[in-house]
Design a protein around this ligand. Structure first.
Ligand code: FAD
Ligand code: FES
Length: 272
């Protein structure tokens, strides 16, 4: 009898047009990128085939005392392999940092709505801290296009510039700054002329701490630059079944996991 693997089930579900549920994926590689920041590569053909930039996956800790899954944006896709990049902030990420190649981890996704990248533009990826990983995948996907789309990365780090080398292969221009030298709005001010004179009009895609994104929204709206923000909210289920992730917006209370995580400046009421 042929062996039925998780990958077979995922493929069959995808072919039948159904989304697979929670499943067990193999860890292909795991390493530390910088102090406290880890890269985890899992094999998941369904996520690899379907995920779009800013969508996320839920990882389930094996420790049953942690009932809730932890959401992570996808940072890279290569074949059937999906890369996540995360920082240790608590018990869940501490547990994941112990995973090594050959281990398994339970996964659900992809979840949420992606960035709207339907226009040909200069996509300016403005990320702060661990908001950077989903923007790496946005850069990867945007760089595959041959419609004149450009990619400019503007990353702000606490200290180590852990993602500059990862985005460089996909970006037309890369800029970064650490807390010691300033923030991403300082960087946006520095490159404003460059953005204004490029062959494509800029569209900002941003992810990072909320105060940073609000400052980016104000900067962008003063210049009439369209911007989209992937919110980092504390989550429960990750797919709309609880109310752990609600945010107050001018349109009422929205669920970050199901209505987002991507919202426009206007949806959030973040205009200057
Ligand atoms: C859509 C989405 C995508 C994300 N992508 C990434 C990613 O690519 N890389 C990455 O490192 N992290 C990402 N995060 C954040 C990540 O989910 C949390 O850091 C993780 O769940 C923490 O789990 P823990 O058990 O280690 O920490 P916990 O013990 O649950 O919490 C430890 C501390 O972190 C804070 N915290 C936990 N979750 C969040 C959150 N979602 N936002 C802000 N603060 C939080 C808590 O308030 C607490 O202070 C993402 C979050 C969302 C909502
Ligand atoms: S996390 Fe449950 S509704 Fe969003």
């Amino acid at each position: 009898m042929p062996t039925v693997t998780t990958q077979t089930v995922e493929r069959q579900a995808a072919e039948a047009g159904r989304k697979p549920g929670r499943r067990t994926d193999e860890v292909i590689a795991a390493s530390m990128l910088s102090e406290g920041i880890y890269e985890l590569v899992i094999r998941d053909s369904y996520v690899a085939a379907t995920v779009q930039p800013a969508q996320f996956v839920n990882l389930y800790p094996a420790d049953a005392t942690m009932a809730l899954p932890r959401p992570f944006g996808v940072a890279k896709v290569e074949g059937d392999d999906v890369t996540l990049i995360y920082q240790i902030v608590g018990a869940g990420t501490q547990e994941f940092s112990g995973l090594t190649a050959g281990d398994t981890v339970d996964v659900l996704g992809p979840l949420g709505n992606p960035f709207d990248t339907g226009k040909t533009a200069n996509y300016v990826l403005v990320g702060g801290g661990l908001g950077v990983p989903p923007l790496l995948y946005a850069a990867q996907r945007l760089s595959e296009r041959d419609d004149g789309t450009q990619v400019t990365s503007v990353f702000g780090y606490r200290d180590a510039r852990f993602a500059d080398g990862l985005v460089r292969p996909y970006a037309d221009a890369t800029h970064s700054i650490t807390n010691a030298d300033g923030n991403v709005v300082d960087l946006l001010n520095d490159i404003e002329d460059e953005l204004g004179h490029g062959s494509q009009k800029p569209i900002i895609l941003s992810c990072g701490p909320t105060p940073m994104m609000k400052a980016v929204a104000a900067w962008a709206s003063k210049r009439s630059i369209p911007a989209q923000f992937s919110l980092e909210a504390r989550m429960g289920c990750g797919y709309g079944a609880c109310v752990a992730c609600v945010v107050d917006t001018p349109q009422g209370r929205l669920k970050v996991c199901k209505d987002g995580p991507v919202f426009t400046t206007k949806q959030l009421g973040w205009e200057a």
